[in-house]
Design a protein around this ligand. Sequence first.
Ligand SMILES: NC(=O)c1ccc[n+]([C@@H]2O[C@H](COP(=O)([O-])OP(=O)(O)OC[C@H]3O[C@@H](n4cnc5c(N)ncnc54)[C@H](OP(=O)(O)O)[C@@H]3O)[C@@H](O)[C@H]2O)c1
Length: 271
Amino acid sequence: MEMRTKVKLNNSNQMPILALGVWQSGKQTKQAVLSALKAGYRHIDTAAAYGNEEAVGEAIKESGIAREELFITTKLWNDDVRLGKTREALMTSLNKLGLDYVDLYLIHWPVNGYVDAYLEMENLMKEGYIRNIGVSNFKKHHLEDLLSQVHIIPAVDQMEFNPQMQDQELYQFCKENRIILEAWSPLGSGACLQIPAIQIIAERYQKTPAQIILRWLLQKGIVILPKSVHEERIIENANLFDFQLQDEDICLMDALNQNLRTGPDPDHFDF
Ligand SMILES: NC(=O)c1ccc[n+]([C@@H]2O[C@H](COP(=O)([O-])OP(=O)(O)OC[C@H]3O[C@@H](n4cnc5c(N)ncnc54)[C@H](OP(=O)(O)O)[C@@H]3O)[C@@H](O)[C@H]2O)c1
């Protein structure tokens, strides 16, 4: 089965289903983004808090790829949400990225003030600085609260999702409300690659554990943001379109859930 490489958002805009994540890519960010663009990635996932928007911007410029072919995501940091500085924060991010608009702007965490921040993002979208708006680390109850107070349904919710951490309640809610779920730490920051059941499935398909996990997410309709600073892994993580997992293997992967987070719980974090 040939899988489309883009998904239609609830506002009819398109988004590539594979992104390069650049959290903790540090000094290797620019090279990693250049490698990804060379390998065919067109979606980059950064954030103000990652401290590497300039490096992402340099790589975009150096690649020479037309702006309209790219899909760039960045995120509004918690302090700016709390201080009501959404507009200033976006302008700073655009300046660092060297862009006139971002394709997707996300509220990074559900901190106090997120409704006002979101309403300002709606304005910034109308002004053309943002093509799509969404959230990150919002559980079902956060989304329900948000939806009752805003005008535009978020296009995306970006949440930790991998074989060991599957929030089924959120997955269903997003499906029902046409919100695309994006999986952060799709590989469990690397930890999920060691799971024996996944290694066995990988051998059967003659693929790597990373490819099995990423393909499983795609077949569930979840957008993936694997991070790597190694060119061969960046290429490997994009080679997902020449095979298909059978339903019984999808079920095996679904059964690996342990509600085990590698990152903070969005109901209990202190930053
Ligand atoms: N919204 C949020 O709050 C939030 C939170 C966390 C992450 N994110 C986003 O999600 C992205 C991905 O999450 P993540 O960085 O935590 O973890 P991840 O993508 O699950 O895993 C990355 C780790 O796996 C290694 N790796 C990648 N591909 C591999 C492969 N094919 N074989 C073996 N090892 C491989 C990487 O090492 P090397 O780099 O050394 O290759 C790195 O150590 C982030 O970069 C960021 O964009 C968002």
